[in-house]
Design a protein around this ligand. Structure first.
Ligand SMILES: Cc1cc2nc3c(=O)[nH]c(=O)nc-3n(C[C@H](O)[C@H](O)[C@H](O)COP(=O)(O)OP(=O)(O)OC[C@H]3O[C@@H](n4cnc5c(N)ncnc54)[C@H](O)[C@@H]3O)c2cc1C
Length: 496
């Protein structure tokens, strides 16, 4: 299909930003006073606050609260344009970016490029697990999981009413004991033991089994042994079964199989599995690697220069989860600080100011919430646990949620869930659970359901030509029948 190139509207320096996540949004905003035009191209229309996805999946927050429209956030930034599209190609020689949406292709030129396309879920070479154990990377994942989690309780109620064994429906397995897995397991346990305890008649939701499985020997490895141990103890108090040193070897519709270091294999019957185990950098990294020779690491992250540019291409910056530099972690602050650095570097060059020198990441610490009033935080050498860590988590997330509207409504929903027993966002639909799998079975995904303008025009022309020929044939037949006296009233009789 022919790609269209938008007309260059100004002679100013053109910056293209790929992605509307932490790197993309903060990079674009940092350029608001620069003498440049910025085009942000992203495959979703929203800016996603990934750290709270698990709260959408467990019915605490709505998707709107953690994913405000990028267009609205940037509406006051006159030099920024937002384009919807999945970037499928970057031509470093021609300095163009090709993006697609519903089969329509657009080519955008740049003078400087900031690539912030993030990372996806990794199933360590077992991509077929994804159908039975969705990851936690985007809004679709969170809504599908919400449907699966609440749906499992519904199906268990029906089964129990008929006197069937429903253990497999009331067993929830979270794979991966990093912050996302810990938060997810904690929330499902709270849901089962607290939120839903009065809602069912045939089942007792408090009997639900919540398991957190990991091949590593401890939970939250980056937090160190002490905080990891504390988090594990808190999870166990909540009723979560923590299974460590267990490698997941198979996942299917009805369960999961794990292998232990001593060779023992165990199968757990569970309909609802959640994958929070591995990360793989965006495939655009491979395109960039092929064109520059910059190596990729095992997670697909691209090695960048100390100033976040690509070898031989000082006009291209890569930031956030896509980069392999000095063992930087895949966290929001790396993306935010990297994007701000890249924006400043672009401005410095335009103003002929000296470079800032190599990029330095300032580690502000990490935290993970276990359940209401329970969290762990590591800030430098300082370890904080319990209510204090939870309050720190609350304050920090309120600051970082984008937009006043979202902050107010999130605070309200947190009050409902943490002080009360309820969850404000329990709505689920069949489509949320099954639509993605159905779309995946179409050859070109959603594009197969929508005509592109070219084929629409051609189809309409063909229809018009066929219809005209049919009408002409019909008219000729009418004349023939009338002339033969077989149809209608002869003209002379009508007049008479
Ligand atoms: C469930 C979860 C919980 C997390 N919790 C924390 C936490 O508590 N603290 C913390 O610091 N970090 C956390 N992280 C990590 C943090 O969210 C990431 O490190 C951060 O989002 C990276 O920013 P980024 O800009 O590199 O990528 P992202 O924020 O992922 O943004 C990538 C953007 O690129 C777009 N995109 C992708 N491919 C294309 C394409 N081909 N064309 C166009 N657009 C594309 C995406 O739609 C998205 O807008 C968490 C991550 C997850 C998944």
């Amino acid at each position: 299909m022919a790609a269209t190139e938008p007309a260059r509207t100004s002679s100013r320096h053109q910056v293209v930003v790929i992605g509307s996540g932490f790197g993309g949004l903060f990079g674009t905003k940092a350029l608001r006073r620069a003498d440049v035009d910025v085009t942000m191209i992203a495959k979703t229309t929203h800016h996603l606050f990934q750290p709270l996805l698990y709260q959408v999946a467990t019915g605490i927050l709505s998707q709107g609260e953690i994913a405000p429209p990028t267009r609205e956030i940037l509406s006051g930034q006159r030099n920024a344009q937002v384009l919807l599209g999945e970037v499928t190609g970057v031509d470093l020689e021609a300095r163009t970016v090709t993006s697609q949406v519903l089969g329509r292709s657009t080519v955008t030129s740049y003078d400087s490029l900031i690539v912030a396309a993030g990372a996806g879920q990794s199933y360590f070479g077992n991509d077929h697990f994804a159908e039975f154990a969705p990851g936690m990377k985007n809004i679709d994942d969170a809504l599908e999981l919400r449907g699966r989690i609440f749906g499992a309780f519904e199906m268990a109620e029906i089964g129990a009413t008929r006197g069937e064994n429903v253990d497999h429906l009331l067993t929830f397995v979270v794979v991966g004991a990093g912050p996302t897995g810990v938060e997810m397991a904690g929330q499902i346990a709270e849901l089962a033991h607290r939120t839903l305890k009065k809602d069912f008649r045939a089942i007792n939701s408090r009997e639900a089994r919540v398991m957190l499985v990991d091949a590593a020997p401890q939970v939250l490895p980056p937090f160190g042994q002490k905080l990891g141990g504390k988090a594990q103890a808190e999870l166990e108090k909540l009723g979560v079964e923590v299974v460590l040193g267990a490698m997941v070897t198979d996942v299917d519709e009805r369960g999961i199989e794990m292998k232990f270091k001593d060779g023992r294999v165990e199968r757990i019957d569970s309909v609802t599995k959640i994958w929070a185990a591995g990360v793989s950098a965006n495939p655009l990294g491979r395109t960039l690697s092929e064109q520059t020779g910059a190596p990729l690491d095992r997670a697909g992250r691209i090695a960048v220069n100390p100033d976040l540019t690509l070898p031989g291409h000082p006009e291209v910056f890569v930031v956030g989860d896509m980069i392999a530099l000095d063992n930087l972690p895949g966290v929001a602050q790396v993306a935010i600080q990297g994007a701000k650095y890249a924006a400043k570097e672009i401005e410095n060059r335009l103003k002929s100011r000296p470079s800032q020198g190599p990029f330095h990441y300032f580690d502000k610490g990490s935290m993970a919430i276990i359940s209401r009033f329970r969290a762990v935080a590591l800030i430098g050498n300082l370890r904080v646990t319990g209510v204090l860590a939870w309050l720190m988590w609350l304050g920090l997330h309120l600051i970082y949620i984008t937009g006043f509207k979202s902050r107010v409504t999130a605070l309200l929903h947190w009050a409902v869930s943490f002080i009360g027993r309820g969850r404000s966002e329990r709505t689920t639909t069949e489509q949320q659970i099954f639509a993605r799998t159905a779309l995946g079975r179409l050859k070109r995904g959603a594009a197969d359901l929508v005509s592109d303008p070219g084929s629409y025009d051609a189809a309409r022309q063909l229809l018009e030509t066929t219809r005209r020929a049919e009408l002409e044939a019909q008219a000729a037949e009418e004349v023939r029948l009338t002339d033969a006296g077989q149809r209608g009233v002869p003209v002379e009789q009508r007049v008479g």
